[in-house]
Design a binder for this molecule. Structure first.
Ligand code: ATP
Length: 143
């Protein structure tokens, strides 16, 4: 038996804002039900960072965010499309700081929220996203 696995690559970012000494992370509620970070598929001829900047603008309206340069992490997972194909997905995540609190949500998501580390760890749906947040939070606290 031959099993075909499709490959997909997206790029995204953990977006945070500072309020005094506390950090708040942006989570989006995806139509399929999960809570996750901003991300989207790479378009032809885009660099990873260009994808992130575009997706961030399209999905949230945020245009002032800046990259925390040394942070770049990959997560991978498999999911099944409605048509039945299995997809292997790779998502590269960056870390970005913004001062924009107000989110202009696109049709792609059904909600958004700013949460502190503990709240965000509870809200995120997937273990790999929680692991990623843990890394980012440790990274920022060491800076
Ligand atoms: P993109 O934001 O990259 O355009 P999408 O909205 O098309 O993506 P995903 O968010 O990757 O799609 O969701 C596709 C499927 O993968 C869904 O069934 C979702 O539950 C599952 N999924 C999403 N994120 C993860 C994850 N971090 N780990 C495991 N499964 C995930």
């Amino acid at each position: 038996m031959v099993i075909f696995v499709l490959g997909e690559k997206s790029c995204g970012a953990l977006i945070y804002l500072k309020n005094g000494s506390e950090l708040f992370y942006l989570l989006l509620h995806y139509e399929s039900g999960h809570w996750d970070f901003v991300k989207g598929n790479i378009e032809i001829n885009e660099t990873e960072k260009e994808t992130v900047v575009r997706e961030l603008r399209e999905e949230t309206g945020i245009t002032d965010a800046t990259f925390v340069d040394e942070f770049r992490e990959k997560i991978e997972y498999y999911y099944r499309r409605r048509q039945g194909e299995t997809v292997h997905k790779e998502v590269i995540f960056y870390l970005m700081e913004t001062n924009t609190k107000t989110i202009e949500l696109s049709f792609e998501h059904v909600g958004s929220t700013w949460l502190n580390y503990t709240q965000a760890m509870e809200k995120l749906t997937f273990k790999n996203a929680k692991d990623l947040l843990k890394k980012a939070n440790m990274f920022l606290n060491k800076k």
